[in-house]
Design a protein around this ligand. Structure first.
Ligand code: KIV
Length: 283
C-alpha cells in the first residue's frame, strides 16, 4: 500500500463551492504532456476550442469540429489525475436545441472522461443549461466576449465598457446561474462590470481579460508561456518559450550541418558478444 493515498480528482461541485474562498486557478490544456505538467498547479484545465486557432491555424474558433475537441479532451484526461477537466462544446454542436446539446455533450463526457463541459452564451442558453444539468451534465457557462459569435460581434471586442451594455450582460449572468451552471467564464470584460457580476451571482466567476475582481482566473497556456505570436493586453507572458524553442532548433540545425551532432555520447557502439562490454573501434 502506498504511504499517501492519491489525491482525488476535483469535480464540478468542488469548483462551485469555491465561491468566496481561495481564487480558482485554471489554464487551458490541449495535450497529454502539457496536461501532466499543469495538473498539480490548477483546479481545472479547460480543453478550450481556442485550440483551433492556437494549434490548428484556424482564423477563429467557428470551424472547430466536435471530433477534434473529443480527441484533445481524451488526451488531457489521460495526461492528468487531479484537476477537473472541462471540455468546450464547439460552435454548432449545442445551439440548435437542448436535445442536440445533450446528445453531443453526453458524447463528449463518455468519450473523453471529462468532468464537465463549457458552452458560450447567456440568457439564450439558459434553457439548454437547465436541460443538461438536470440530466447529469455539469455546465460551465461563458459570457462577455464569446469568440464563437465573432461574426455577429464583427471582431473580438471587449464587453461592458459602456454602462449602457451592463444590464443585458448582468441579466445573462443571472440567467445562467439560475439555470444551474456551476461556474462562468467572464471574457474580455470591463473591470467594474466583472466586479458587479462577481458580487451578484452565487457561482464562481473565472476571468480572462476581466480583471482581478473575478473569483478565479484562466489563461491560454500557449499565450502565458510566450508561444503565441500576438497576445491580447490581458495576457502576462510568464515565460519566453517561443524564443527558447527557436534558439534550440537553430542550434540543432547548425550542429547537424557541422556534423557535431550526434556526438559519441549519442551513438550506439558494437557490443562484444562474450563480455557484453562495448567493443573498441579500430582507430
Ligand atoms: O477556448 C478557450 O480557450 C476559452 C478560454 C479563452 C476561456 O474559452
Amino acid at each position: 500500500m502506498s504511504a499517501q493515498a492519491p489525491k482525488k480528482r476535483l469535480a464540478a461541485p468542488d469548483i462551485r463551492n469555491r465561491k468566496g474562498g481561495d481564487p480558482v486557478v485554471s489554464l487551458t490544456a490541449y495535450h497529454a504532456h502539457t496536461a501532466r505538467i499543469v495538473d498539480p498547479y490548477v483546479d481545472f484545465m479547460l480543453v478550450g476550442d481556442s485550440l483551433g486557432m492556437v494549434m490548428h491555424g484556424y482564423e477563429s474558433t467557428v470551424p472547430v469540429p466536435l471530433d477534434l475537441m473529443i480527441m484533445h479532451g481524451a488526451a488531457v484526461v489521460r495526461g492528468s489525475s487531479q484537476a477537473l477537466v472541462v471540455v468546450d462544446m464547439p460552435f454548432g454542436s449545442y445551439e440548435e436545441s437542448p436535445s442536440q446539446a445533450f446528445s453531443n455533450a453526453a458524447r463528449v463526457m463518455k468519450e473523453t472522461g471529462c468532468g464537465a463541459i463549457k458552452l458560450e452564451g447567456g440568457s439564450r442558453m439558459a434553457d439548454t443549461i437547465r436541460f443538461l444539468t438536470e440530466r447529469g451534465i455539469p455546465v460551465m457557462a461563458h459570457i462577455g466576449l464569446t469568440p464563437q459569435s465573432v461574426n455577429m460581434m464583427g471582431g473580438f471586442k471587449t464587453q461592458g465598457r459602456q454602462e449602457a451594455e451592463w444590464a443585458a450582460i448582468e441579466e445573462d449572468a443571472r440567467a445562467i446561474s439560475d439555470a444551474g451552471a456551476f461556474s462562468v467564464v467572464l471574457e474580455g470584460m470591463a473591470e467594474l462590470l466583472a466586479a458587479r457580476i462577481t458580487k451578484d451571482i452565487p457561482i464562481p466567476t473565472i476571468g480572462i481579460g476581466a480583471s482581478a475582481e473575478c473569483d478565479g482566473q484562466i489563461l491560454v497556456l500557449e499565450d502565458m508561456l510566450g508561444l503565441s505570436p500576438r497576445v491580447p493586453k490581458f495576457v502576462k507572458e510568464f515565460a519566453g518559450l517561443g524564443q527558447a524553442i527557436e534558439s534550440a532548433v537553430s542550434d540543432y540545425a547548425r550542429e547537424v550541418r557541422e556534423r557535431t551532432f550526434p556526438a559519441i555520447e549519442h551513438t550506439y557502439t558494437m557490443r562484444d558478444a562474450a563480455t557484453k562490454t562495448p567493443k573498441k573501434t579500430g582507430s
